[in-house]
Design a protein around this ligand. Structure first.
Ligand SMILES: [Zn+2]
Length: 458
């Protein structure tokens, strides 16, 4: 890709500053603000007929450039919405102001996902301007509701499946695992959440006048939650591990070969000791094993009552062929079996259940991505990692478009996604533009048939 000169970081940052200044927090922003972010992005895509299209929620930005007949078509996915700021007092710089701070820029959305999307647009614009053409046909779908679970994306994608058809989806959302080496995520975990609701009396009771006469919902909830794991960290729910393949010796060896500073990881988290399912190392657990975590408890407080209700918020991260509905049902059945006398116990499963996703490590797109990264990061091993988080759009693209998704993001997992003081390494902008261009050049040399997602063509 030496034939193309990409915009300098300063030029990209000027654009990113405008984009970050639009506070497109999909949880609390007005429709006008969300629309302004979509309009801004669509204008940057004018070279590809960029436009804003309505959904039943916040609009999507769509665009396409189809001037490479016979070449494969890629659909670039990302999102223009951002997470809430959280506690403003924890921000060291104003969240909706792009601030250059040494080798990084700060601001809400810089790494998730405004910077990683913008660099693709600017790369494509530069290639088109200088070569007069792009190596592949390109479509864009940038949504405004990713951070709230993409509630209206499925309807839009299904209704426009023919227009969105592509040989491959490339997600600009996601993240490299670590700053020091290039990596490609080949999988993301699924997700199902639920509440365990334990109810006792009709209202809170004075703990003196009634204590000892009724079951306490907090005690009941605690004993139920304690029964969700065995002492050695395994999930105790019968059937929970259905659809989870045991780690193959090859995958185990691959992971064991990853340079990983376990002590540094422990220290960075501030925990006295790492802990997890027995029989697995930290990276095995992080990448290849499903988990069940209690995320919070809602009950009573520091006053002398027997609370009438206690709620445990639980989420499961899934792998392999675990079925979110069956996992939720298995947890509900186990909770029912653990319910102590004297209280009513109910499980409420969240909407938005997402299965795990995986692209074959040998898929042509993964190979092309590895080569592209090797070009930008010469001499460095390209790691095949796993996004231990969840990207619901992947399974949607698979079912609605029949297309696999390649994660190709130039965010890095430590850049405080969703947290105060979100940042992006400035060098990733240039690296990302070069790598995306190298990727597209490599994808061009395949006939679309080899990009067909089911792997049958290989
Ligand atoms: Zn994101």
């Amino acid at each position: 890709m030496s034939d193309v000169v990409f915009p300098a970081a300063a030029e990209l940052l000027a654009g990113l500053a405008e984009y970050v200044a639009i506070p497109s927090d999909s949880r609390s922003a007005s429709p006008q603000t969300m629309r302004a972010a979509a309009d801004w992005l669509a204008a940057r895509l004018s070279w590809a007929a960029g436009r804003v299209e309505e959904t039943d929620g916040f609009p999507v930005v769509r665009a396409e450039w189809l001037g490479a007949p016979g070449a494969p078509t890629v659909l670039v996915y990302g999102h223009y919405d951002v997470q809430p700021t959280g506690d403003l007092a924890e921000w060291r710089t104003p969240p909706f102001e792009l601030v250059v701070d040494g080798e990084v820029v700060r601001g809400r959305g810089v790494t998730d996902d405004k910077g990683p999307v913008l660099l693709v647009l600017e790369m494509a614009r530069a290639v088109l301007a200088q070569r007069g053409t792009l190596p592949v046909n390109v479509k864009f779908l940038i949504e405004g509701e990713e951070e709230i679970g993409s509630p209206h994306l499925p309807a839009h994608v299904r209704a426009h499946a023919a227009e969105l058809a592509a040989d491959l989806v490339i997600s600009a959302d996601g993240a490299m695992w670590r700053p020091g080496e290039p990596s490609i995520a080949i999988a993301s975990k699924g997700l199902v959440g639920l509440d365990v609701v334990v109810t006792g009396a009709a209202e809170d009771l004075h703990s003196g006048r009634y204590g000892g006469t009724v079951a306490n919902p907090v005690h009941a909830l605690a004993s139920i939650l304690a029964g969700l794991h065995t002492p050695d960290g395994r999930v105790a729910v019968p059937g929970f591990y259905d659809g989870v393949d045991e780690l193959s010796p090859q995958r185990r060896a691959e992971i064991d070969a990853v340079r990983f500073d376990e002590e540094g990881y422990r220290a960075s988290l501030g925990v006295p000791e790492l802990f997890g399912e027995a029989g697995y190392g930290t990276l095995h657990r992080l990448w290849e094993r499903p988990t069940l975590e209690v995320n919070g408890l809602t009950a009573g407080g520091k006053y002398t009552v027997i609370p009438h209700r206690a709620v445990g918020h639980v989420s499961c991260r899934l792998v392999g062929r675990q079925d979110p509905d069956r996992v939720a049902a298995a947890v509900a059945a186990h909770v029912a079996a653990l319910a102590p006398p004297g209280v009513r116990v109910e499980v409420r499963v969240d909407e938005g259940r997402v299965p795990a996703y995986r692209i074959e490590p040998g898929h042509p797109a993964v190979t092309a991505a590895r080569e592209a990264l090797a070009e930008v990061y010469p001499g460095q091993e390209v790691l095949l990692a796993v996004i231990a988080g969840t990207l619901p759009a992947t399974t949607l693209f698979e079912s609605a478009l029949g297309a696999r998704t390649l994660f190709f993001s130039f965010a890095t997992a430590d850049e405080k996604h969703h947290a105060p003081n979100e940042f992006l390494r400035i060098r990733r902008l240039g690296e990302g533009m070069r790598a995306w261009a190298a990727l597209w050049d490599r994808l061009a040399s395949w006939t679309p048939a080899t990009c067909i997602p089911d792997g049958a063509a290989r």
